[in-house]
Unconditional design. Structure first.
Length: 780
């Protein structure tokens, strides 16, 4: 059996090395057939999704691979139809597509925009309508239509504000920004995420990008029309801040030519922006006075202190700004930001001016970038200069630094990214990681005029998965507790199998090595890799983790092979095979780990984590585990078939059932069959079966040592009896000193060596089949 497994593993490795192993693309709802005609094989029996009612909409019994189209609920206030697809693979209803369901207030707002009603009144009505709809039921069509309305509404606002005097402009722009921002707050709320999920992935990304770009434009529009030097607006799900900065440049007083040179380079700012205390949600703070005058030695720092887990933004000393423009777009601001603050202008002026706009978004990462293995694990922070149409490059040694706080812990490989919602591009160019921990990541970027965030990987194979969108966090804390309990139980099991001489046998020696491998793996698992800074320690831990894991699986295969020999062979299998077992179970993992880590190495540019390795490395590490699990499943079926044939006429039906269940549980723990739940969770990503299988894997994987201790030590009479006898003798020895002497002479305790087995067994001795099976399965 081990030779067969080695051949299968070598065959799989040949594909890995040749690069022919590929991951098939995931099937999405968008790829499903849109007609009502079934695409299933006509020779197969028809399968159906059962009828059900969800959110007030009744879905009839529908054949697999077809769609059900039914009217939206609340027909008095809602227009359109709901489309729901019955999955071909699972015959389970997928998430309804409500992109065609819209409330009737949407058409009323469209008419108001066409008539040219005041923009601030329309935005206020849209905010109140969204608030009311959220309290009842928001549809995906409401989101898409609201985004389309916002595009037209923002253009209408600019047209209307340009036709009035500057004081009316400020009042109307302020009211419009407050109500328009409130609409964005409702669309980005946690309650609205359920409606976002009812859209196709492409619609989610498109509308999220447009919505964010519109909120950015509303902030820039407000900056074009306000007279005050600072404005700040905070909601539950996003916040904004506008700063007008002016500073005195003494170099301009000395030489007009020097001033012209500085002007050709762009604005030069020295100073610090002091964060303004936040106001209650939705309230705009107005500060009277002239522009903020910066001091020459301090760099600006912005933090929305009242915003949960807000990023910290630190600009370099603005005198180091390199204003080389990477964008060719011309400014579209109707009024100069400099003239708005009433400051001096002209080439010979000793004052320089700059407008900075800051935005922070919650929940936006779930909409813009959703993937099985990566997620945006921070709030999104944006920094814009002037009218926001131009990107400004910074000096490499004077970047903007952003500190992001992680929304979810135990994710790995943070990457600093920049996002441009206008071009819908995500890039890592111009951003680098400075430092990271479980709680936060610090990034440095050499450009302004875009948004920034932290992208992180979800650790594959570590049972640390998150259901993005539903906010269901799997029990990695429970898994840590379970592994700690398993480590204690495995240590007790090792003690029992080592120091009780009557338990020395081939089978118990295999148990000992399995417990040892699992104990090492649990201890290595508890080490926090990102906190390791020493390269040698990092290499040891990163290699010991997969080595102990594969070694444990090899000993599980050895358990299965030994069980197979015991149940199938006519003669007793309790003979010297321990040396080949040890060579295979400890040598094969060493070869695998050595080959795998010779591909990519163990060093990480950011921090210690073997999850940063390539997909080929992950496949190479998972292939042996998967093949061993399949082999042990076959052995489990054979063993159960033999056990069911035992003639237990003297036992009651209840005793037979209990004994059979105990044998099944013991075999599954020893053979590692429960690890199959992990691969099943990969087969059903981000669905209900995925959640169930991942929970089961987390429970059984973390508590495997506990189950082994209970089933092989506590419930095993052959192991429990000498332990109880030893404890009874020790208790009696306390009462009588003579017992100590006799016990030491008659019942000595000797450690178990690696290759030791029972010498009383005779491999050539035959015994009745039933008695032999009873003896082999006595521990089961």
């Amino acid at each position: 059996m081990p030779s067969v497994v080695l051949l299968l593993t070598a065959f799989a490795y040949a594909f890995v090395l040749s690069g022919e192993i590929t991951v098939p693309p995931a099937t999405t709802t968008a790829d499903a057939p849109t007609s009502l005609t079934s695409v299933s094989n006509s020779s197969e029996p028809a399968r159906y999704c059962s009828a059900e009612t969800r959110n007030g909409v009744f879905y009839p019994k529908t054949r697999a691979c077809t769609e059900a189209r039914v009217p939206c609920s609340d027909q008095e206030n809602v227009e359109g139809i709901v489309v729901r697809y019955c999955s071909c693979k699972t015959t389970i209803w997928e998430t309804p597509n409500t992109a065609n369901c819209t409330h009737k207030w949407v058409s009323e707002l469209e008419s108001a925009i066409e008539k040219g009603d005041p923009a601030e009144q329309i935005s206020k009505k849209m905010a109140s309508s969204l608030e009311y709809t959220l309290s009842r039921q928001l549809y995906g069509g409401d989101i898409t239509k609201s985004v389309q309305l916002s595009v037209a509404l923002l253009g209408l606002a600019r047209t209307q504000f340009d036709g009035v005097d500057k004081y009316d402009q400020e009042a109307r722009a302020t009211n419009f920004a407050k109500s328009f921002g409130l609409c964005g707050n409702y669309l980005l709320s946690q309650q609205a995420l359920k409606a976002w999920e009812e859209l196709t992935p492409s619609l989610i990304k498109d509308n999220a990008n447009v919505l964010t770009s519109l909120l950015k434009q509303s902030v820039l529009t407000l900056g074009d029309y306000i007279l005050d030097p600072q404005k700040k607006l905070q909601y539950d799900n996003w916040a904004m801040k506008i700063d007008f900065i002016q500073w005195e440049d003494t170099s301009r007083k000395d030489s007009t030519d020097l001033a012209a040179d500085i002007t050709s380079l762009g604005p030069s700012v020295k100073g610090k922006i002091n964060a303004v205390p936040l106001t209650p949600s939705g309230q705009l703070e107005e500060l009277a006075g002239n522009s903020t005058t910066a001091t020459p030695s301090r760099a600006p720092r912005v933090e929305f202190s009242g915003f949960s887990e807000s990023p910290i933004i630190e600009l370099p000393p603005l005198s180091h700004l390199d204003t080389t423009e990477s964008s060719t777009n011309e400014s579209s601001a109707p009024v100069s930001a400099v003239s708005r603050v009433g400051s001096k202008t002209g080439a010979a002026s000793s004052y320089t001016h700059l407008r900075l706009s800051y935005l922070v978004f919650k929940n936006l990462g779930q909409l813009l970038y959703v993937n099985k293995f990566t997620m945006v694990n921070s709030h999104i922070a944006c920094v814009y200069v002037g009218d926001g149409t131009k990107s400004i490059n910074l000096l490499h040694d004077q970047p903007i630094t952003l500190t992001f706080f992680h929304l979810r812990r135990r994710l790995v490989n943070p990457t600093c990214i920049s996002l441009n919602f206008d071009t819908r591009m995500l890039s890592v160019k111009g951003c680098r990681l400075i430092s990271t921990s479980w709680e936060k990541t610090e990034c440095a970027c050499t450009h302004l005029g875009s948004c920034f965030a932290v992208l992180m990987k979800i650790a594959v194979g570590d049972a640390i998965w998150y259901n993005i969108g539903k906010d269901i966090k799997l029990p990695f804390d429970f898994e840590n507790i379970g592994r700690a309990l398993s480590a204690v139980c495995l240590a007790f099991s090792l003690f029992v199998f080592t120091f009780f001489r009557s338990l020395h046998s081939v089978r118990n020696t295999i148990h000992w090595n399995l417990c040892f491998s699992l104990l090492v793996h649990d201890l290595v698992f508890s080490i926090s890799l990102p906190r390791i800074r020493n390269r040698v320690c990092c290499a040891i831990v990163m290699m010991l983790d997969p080595y102990s894991d594969i070694a444990a699986f090899c000993w599980m295969l050895t358990e299965g092979y030994q069980l197979y020999l015991s149940l199938v062979q006519v003669f007793d299998s309790n003979k010297t095979r321990l040396l080949p077992y040890c060579v295979f179970s400890y040598g094969f993992p060493a070869v695998v780990v050595g080959v795998v880590f010779s591909w990519d190495g163990y060093e990480s540019k950011q921090y210690c984590s073997w999850f940063n390795l390539s997909l080929r490395v992950h496949l190479a590490l998972f292939v042996p585990d998967f093949i061993i699990i399949l082999a042990n499943v076959i052995i489990l079926v054979i063993a159960l078939r033999v056990l069911l044939t035992l003639n237990d006429r003297d036992r009651s039906r209840k005793d037979k059932l209990f004994r059979w269940l105990k044998r099944l549980a013991t075999l599954m723990c020893l053979l590692g069959v429960t690890h199959l739940f992990f691969f099943l969770s990969l087969y059903f990503p981000w669905t209900f079966p995925w959640t169930v299988f991942d929970w089961m894997h987390a429970v059984f994987n973390s508590l495997q040592g506990v189950f082994i201790f209970i089933l092989l030590v506590i419930l095993n009479e052959n192991v429990r009896s000498p332990v109880i006898r030893y404890l009874r003798n020790k208790i009696n020895s306390i009462k009588s000193s003579s017992v100590v002497t006799t016990f030491g002479e008659k019942r000595g305790i000797r450690p178990l060596s690696l290759l030791q087995f029972s010498r009383n067994s005779n491999p050539k001795a035959e015994e009745p089949r039933l008695l032999r099976y009873e003896r082999i399965t006595a521990g089961f």
